[in-house]
Design a binder for this molecule. Structure first.
Ligand SMILES: [Zn+2]
Length: 338
């Protein structure tokens, strides 16, 4: 079988792979679907996750599959079960630096545990929708860190899969005054379909003027006019996003950074003083995966609409190229018989 592997900077290959022998605590999955993540593209750019010199990185952390074999000490899982992998809860950190990656025909899950690293897929949810669990959990964690509530006014920067997931969760939570910002009109169309009432393309619109028009005017602590926005979610990672959000923030607004930054960004601290704005970050999904799974039956059509491309596993290298284009949303890899 094959495994997608990074060998160096920009060097990613479909390697021959031999499945290690599964132990009594392990489960083997027949992979059915695995999404390509922005993190995968970053890992390739970096030449892999920190590994010993000359080491390789196995890719794929957004996987769903069918249980093929179950170790004798594993409880609650049976051959044929449909499951989602929670890679953060696997001891080998599937797809982010460990020996296993989910872009493979058969995936070894070490120390498999139902409910922690393997989550049963609800009845009627297809594998490609199930494989959206991981990015949707990242998005939900960002929304939770923003303490977003129904009735608030919120701006989401970036409408890739994570930003789109934020729009989906915010709309689901009852946030109606929702603005999505992106440089790609295709992505903004998807954001509108998922529940963003307003969209702004800063390539041809004045961001500040449009935010003020849509959300109206609030004020900072000394009464200076600001946008009446309650929270700003950064899923874009462009250097101007956080400074813009700070300078528009009213008193006690929240800014949550989910995007990956590759360099330093200068921020206008002077403008922060008068708003008591709170800036924080959100990483991964410490608690969110079970909540995402629980919502999947209800939201499966919306989730499916976030998948822009479906490719067979043998075309995964083409998929990586597509995932880097602004026209794509989630690029989903599907395996034989799925
Ligand atoms: Zn991911």
């Amino acid at each position: 079988m094959k495994l997608l592997t990074i060998h160096g900077v920009g060097d990613v290959r479909l390697d021959d792979y031999v499945l290690p022998e599964a132990g009594p605590k392990d489960v083997v999955l027949k992979m059915k679907a695995c999404g390509i993540c922005g993190s995968d593209l970053s890992y390739i750019k970096w030449g892999g996750m920190p590994v010993e010199p000359g080491g390789t990185t196995a890719l794929g952390h957004e996987g769903a599959g069918e249980v093929l074999s179950v170790g004798r000490e594993v409880t609650g899982l049976s051959v044929g079960d449909a499951v989602i992998v929670n890679p953060m809860a696997t001891p080998s950190n599937v797809g982010s630096g460990g020996p296993e990656g989910a872009f493979v025909d058969q995936l070894l899950i070490r120390e498999a545990e139902k409910g922690t690293n393997l989550l049963p897929i609800p009845e009627g949810v297809p594998y490609d929708v199930a494989a959206m669990c991981e990015p949707l959990a990242v998005a939900l964690h960002g929304v939770n860190r923003a303490q977003a509530k129904a009735g608030q006014k919120i701006v989401v920067f970036g409408c890739g899969p994570i930003g789109l997931g934020m729009v989906l969760w915010l709309a689901d939570r009852g946030v109606e005054e929702l603005i999505a910002v992106d440089l790609s009109d295709e992505r903004l169309d998807r954001a509108r379909a998922l529940g963003a009432k307003y969209t702004i393309n800063p390539a041809r619109e004045d961001l500040r003027a449009k935010v003020m028009e849509y959300h109206g005017q609030g004020a900072d602590m000394i009464g200076r006019p600001k946008a009446d926005t309650d929270a700003w979610l950064d899923a874009a990672g462009a250097p101007q996003v956080i400074p813009e959000a700070i300078s528009m923030s009213k008193a006690h607004a929240r800014i949550v950074m989910t995007a990956v930054y590759h360099g330093d960004v200068a921020v206008p601290l002077g403008e922060m003083l008068t708003s008591e704005v709170e800036i924080t970050s959100a990483i991964g999904y410490p608690t969110e995966m079970p909540d995402v799974v629980a919502a999947m039956t209800r939201l499966k059509d919306k989730i499916a609409s976030m998948i822009s491309h479906r490719l067979p596993f043998e075309s995964v290298l083409d998929g990586l190229k597509i995932a880097g284009t602004p026209q794509s949303a989630k690029v989903m890899i599907q395996f034989e018989d799925s």
